[in-house]
Design a protein around this ligand. Structure first.
Ligand SMILES: [Zn+2]
Length: 296
């Protein structure tokens, strides 16, 4: 994970956001994916990471799946080339951690601001058998755990992105207040923040003019402040160049059915819930620690 740590920009995001912002469950597809990656072509792998003292919440998995599908469509429309990133099928893999929820924020791991990211990335990559800068996988971890305010709660770099439980709660409409000043304030900005950080994981950078503070800064760029007004945001010409050369972006047909990022659970696209997620069974040694909500 040293590569990820070296270039992560989550701390800057946290400060910038602080300035800028103020079921039906279809389970037929569950239980099949327990062995890890199966696709050989580069894909984006969304992982719902369940700490040892949490139970699987199916609505979280569906919220993640539809957030990723919303972004897949948004990038498709933004590029206009018939390409977008490719997701796994099912979109989300549910994986269990041996760590409790408070471990991620409380355990020192490098720069204190980056400790939560580093812990989730290290733990998640070990569980899935992945790594940073994996040529065949961009790993997107959603962990049902909270950071300490001041730690980066949404960050992406080098093929890995990490998001706290604040995002899961926003996806499912379970919270009205923010726990930390730079937490997402609503579902669409939460999806936009995922798009921003996953963009970093793809190799996108903040617009140079914005970093330089010049007047031609495209403030509505997704990789600047556009994530706060998502889906009203844009990709820049520099983004097009990077994504046009990315092996993760291929000719793909994302969901043709429009749905709102403001409610990721209700008007689900017909293809959306059919195979939203798969479950990895809890290891036998920990099977008695918590009863899973869903059983295969
Ligand atoms: Zn950023």
């Amino acid at each position: 994970m040293s590569g990820a740590r070296g270039t992560m920009s989550g701390a800057r995001h946290a400060r910038r956001r602080a300035r800028a912002l103020g079921a039906t469950l279809l389970l037929a597809a569950a239980c099949s994916d327990t062995a890890g990656p199966s696709e050989q072509s580069p894909v984006v792998r969304a992982v719902y990471l369940v700490p040892a003292n949490r139970t699987v919440d199916a609505s979280y998995a569906i919220g993640i799946a539809n957030a990723m599908r919303h972004l897949q469509r948004w990038y498709f429309d933004g590029l206009g080339t018939g390409r977008t990133f490719v997701l796994t099928d099912p979109v989300v893999s549910v994986r269990h951690s041996s760590h409790t929820a408070d471990w991620y924020a409380a355990t020192p791991n490098g720069d204190p601001v980056r400790a939560f990211f580093n812990n989730v990335a290290d733990d998640g990559l070990a569980i899935v058998g992945g790594r940073a800068n994996d040529p065949t996988s961009v790993w997107v971890f959603f962990v049902d755990a909270d950071r300490a305010c001041g730690q980066a709660g949404a960050a992406g770099t080098s093929g890995v992105a990490v998001f706290t439980a604040s995002y899961l709660r926003r996806f499912t409409g379970r919270v009205s207040a923010v726990a930390c000043v730079d937490d997402p304030t609503a579902s669409c900005p939460a999806v936009g923040a995922v798009g921003h950080e996953v963009g970093h994981a793809f190799g996108l950078h903040h617009p140079a003019a914005c970093e330089a503070g010049t007047a031609d800064c495209p403030a509505n760029a997704l990789l600047w402040l556009g994530h706060t007004t998502y889906p009203a945001a844009v990709l820049t010409t520099d983004d097009w160049k990077v994504l046009g050369a990315s092996p993760f972006f291929r000719q793909t047909s994302p969901s043709a059915e429009a749905f709102s990022c403001s409610n990721l659970l209700a008007p689900a696209p017909s293809a959306g819930l059919r195979r939203a997620f798969s479950l990895a069974m809890r290891p036998p040694a920990a099977a008695s620690a918590a009863a899973p909500v869903l059983a295969c």
